[in-house]
Design a protein. Structure first.
Length: 436
């Protein structure tokens, strides 16, 4: 090949390499969280887009989206149920879109209403294997809220090492960092998680990071008979515990004579673990519970176990906190052994699968937590949830579930101290593999 031919070939190769990144970029998938203001009520949706030239296509929480992107201008239309059309027109600046949405009137489909909307771009997933993040919290939340800005964006498979403070807002150095009432670390935005999915939280490490915990000498009213109510009037005094982290033991700092040898093995747990509640729910106090998890105070939320929570907002928005060095069933003293903790967890997302209530899995058991205003309601919720698990994941009939539960189910009462109560039902995994 002569010199002229060689130069021409090199130019063509160079042109090809210039074109490939642009083509790849045009076909790249972008994810955005869209916030639409419906008369002062923010609605959050996940927008997934691919661009081909100026044409864009994708979906909004599963509904088809088509549109056009020209320079900094973007217009797109979402086709919802019954072919309802939702139109968006906005301006892109950096990783943000601002504009106006044109929606059908929810009370009169013949009319339409305009609403302001904004969107923020979810960062692209970094190349390579899942990452490990070191997150040092600087502020904490006293609400499980969908409106709080995420502290960190993570992806399925990623691991986070972080810290919690105690239920009174005190950190590992004895410094008050937040308002009392179970302040939480987070929320963590889990990319790809959308309403209708299940968030999987693997608790890799829960480690005490200070040498004391605080509790009370009280007994919650739900656990007291009438004959003891008057006698318990003077209870409620603070109790300080010494934590021997090397030996894994807790003892009273100022014990009575009869309790001077009272020593208990610690079992670190998270009292609070939750995702943000769904649309229509106001932000919920970190003292409360619900389908989203919350202040569950379930003493099986421990290192080595896996917690499953139903995703109700884009990114799930994961909160965690209210660490306990130890807690008996029911948290009958109102406070457990409240302390701060180092936490390491890994997240996964089960797409397209929704669960009715929190689930916990240990190496040997599966567990469902029912939470309600009464023990009867919580028990019904827990039992129904375990039956659903057995039917959905293992294919058992209702009759077979009845036989399994009647012979092998274990119940416990994790929480009596909150406005709602919890009942957990547990089943040994060995019962699901007979003969193995």
């Amino acid at each position: 090949m002569n010199r002229t031919g060689t130069c021409l070939m090199l130019k063509r190769v160079a042109l090809l390499f210039c074109l490939i990144p642009g083509a790849a970029l045009a076909q790249a998938t972008e994810q955005w969280v869209v916030t639409t203001d419906l008369w002062g009520n923010p609605v959050y949706q996940t927008l997934t887009l691919k661009q081909d030239g100026e044409a864009i296509a994708g979906d909004m929480d599963g509904d088809k989206v088509t549109g056009r992107r020209h320079g900094s201008t973007i217009t797109f239309e979402e086709t919802g149920a019954n072919n309802a059309r939702y139109s968006f027109a906005g301006t892109i600046k950096g990783g943000r879109i601002d504009g106006i949405a044109d929606f059908p009137d929810s009370n009169n489909p013949a009319r339409r209403a305009k609403h302001g909307f904004s969107a923020r771009r979810i960062p692209d997933r970094p190349a390579g294997p899942p990452r490990r993040h070191e997150f040092e919290p600087t502020e904490y939340s006293n609400e499980f809220s969908p409106h709080r800005a995420p502290v960190l964006t993570i992806w399925p498979g990623d691991t986070v090492h972080t810290k919690t403070i105690d239920s009174g807002g005190v950190d590992e150095n004895g410094v008050t960092r937040a308002l009392f009432g179970n302040p939480q670390t987070g929320p963590f935005f889990v990319a790809t998680a959308s309403p209708g999915d299940t968030l999987v939280v693997r608790l890799n490490r829960l480690r005490l990071n200070r040498d004391h915990a605080d509790s009370l000498d009280t007994i919650v009213g739900r656990a007291l008979g009438a004959s003891l109510v008057g006698k318990a009037a003077d209870l409620g005094q603070p109790v300080r515990w010494k934590l021997d982290r090397m030996r894994g033991l807790a003892s009273l700092e100022t014990p009575t004579e009869r309790l001077k040898e009272f020593v208990v093995p610690v079992r670190p747990m998270l009292g609070g673990l939750a995702v943000a509640p769904g649309f229509g729910s106001a932000p919920i106090s970190t003292g409360d519970t619900g389908r989203f998890g919350g202040n569950m105070d379930f003493n099986e939320v421990v290192e080595g176990n896996v917690v499953y929570l139903p995703v109700q907002q884009p990114g799930a928005l994961l909160y965690l906190g209210d660490a306990h060095a130890l807690q008996g069933d029911g948290e009958t003293s109102q406070y457990a052994l409240e302390t701060s903790m180092d936490v390491e967890f890994t997240v996964e997302v089960i797409k397209g699968k929704s669960i009715a209530m929190p689930r916990v899995e240990s190496p040997t058991q599966i567990m469902v937590l029912g939470q309600a205003g009464s023990l009867d309601e919580a028990l019904r919720s827990a039992t129904t949830g375990l039956i659903q698990w057995l039917q959905q994941d293992h294919g058992f009939t209702l009759s077979e579930c009845a036989i399994i539960l009647g012979s092998s189910a274990h119940y416990s009462v994790p929480n009596l101290a909150g406005r709602s109560v919890g009942v957990a039902i547990k089943l040994d995994k060995a019962r699901l593999r007979p003969g193995s």
